[in-house]
Design a protein around this ligand. Sequence first.
Ligand code: NAD
Length: 290
Amino acid sequence: MKKIGFVGLGNMGAKMVINLLKKSYNVFGYDINKNLSDELVIHGLNKIENLNEMPKDIDILITMLPNGDAVEDVYHKIINIFEKDILFTDCSTIDVNKARELYKKCQKNKITFLDAPVSGGVGGAEAGTLTFMVGGNENDYKLMLPLFEVMGKTSLLCGPSGSGQATKACNNMLLAITMIGVGEAFNLGNNLGLNPEKLFKILSTSTGSCWAINSYCPIKGIGPTSPADNDFKPGFSSNLMLKDLTIALKAANDSNSVTPFGKKAKENYQKMVTDNQGNLDFSAITNFNK
Ligand code: NAD
């Protein structure tokens, strides 16, 4: 049974840790916010007050942090304490190039690194049904696979280092664009006097169907329960969507990719955040664009 260090016990990390603890993994957890881990101690977490208290003999280090700077900060604070080779798996959503840089830095220090951002949100983290998009080496992926299977339902080695973050950037840029499109279609239907339930019935079974309609319809009372039925409480916040679009657009720029709809989607979410609506679910863009 592997000994695991877990850094970042926020909305996602805490739920992922609970699933590891349920499977009797020995988990040592740290968060900069000391209050967060108290509840996890009841579930069996070994709480660490300071990063340098991380046991020197852990096998795997997992991070679930807000951004690449936080991941790099943790990396620098912790890199020299380990007695043996460890596998460092970063599940945060971070810049594609930053993930590649971390992989190279780790290689120099005989640490292996996987970028493994997730899809599925807090609900998926709690249910253990996350999707892991992984970048790195096949052997490291195989080592990590039993843990991916505890915390998630699907995982895929997408390619070499950075490929997990690149895949996540593509997915979330597409998600933002489709959500904006779904909102526009429903707003148009409303202005044309259509019944939203009938419109949903057709859209969700026709060529316009997509996850944003079928599973996460942004109209209150229509389709399966979604944040629209709960005053747009996230879910997945517009702040996080803006962060992911910023990563996607930077990756597009770095790779000379033409993404005008991604750019427009980022402008829309930027406006929402600037107007202090960033804490609303990203599907609230539907009302914002009216
Ligand atoms: P969160 O803000 O709830 O949790 C992040 C945690 O990291 C916080 O508890 C914070 O105190 C801690 N932290 C920050 N800097 C730290 C440091 N230097 N050392 C130790 N701890 C530190 O965020 P979250 O919703 O759990 O998201 C985590 C990551 O997962 C993000 O990269 C996010 O983009 C990604 N993600 C989130 C969702 C979602 O629905 N929330 C979905 C998919 C991916």
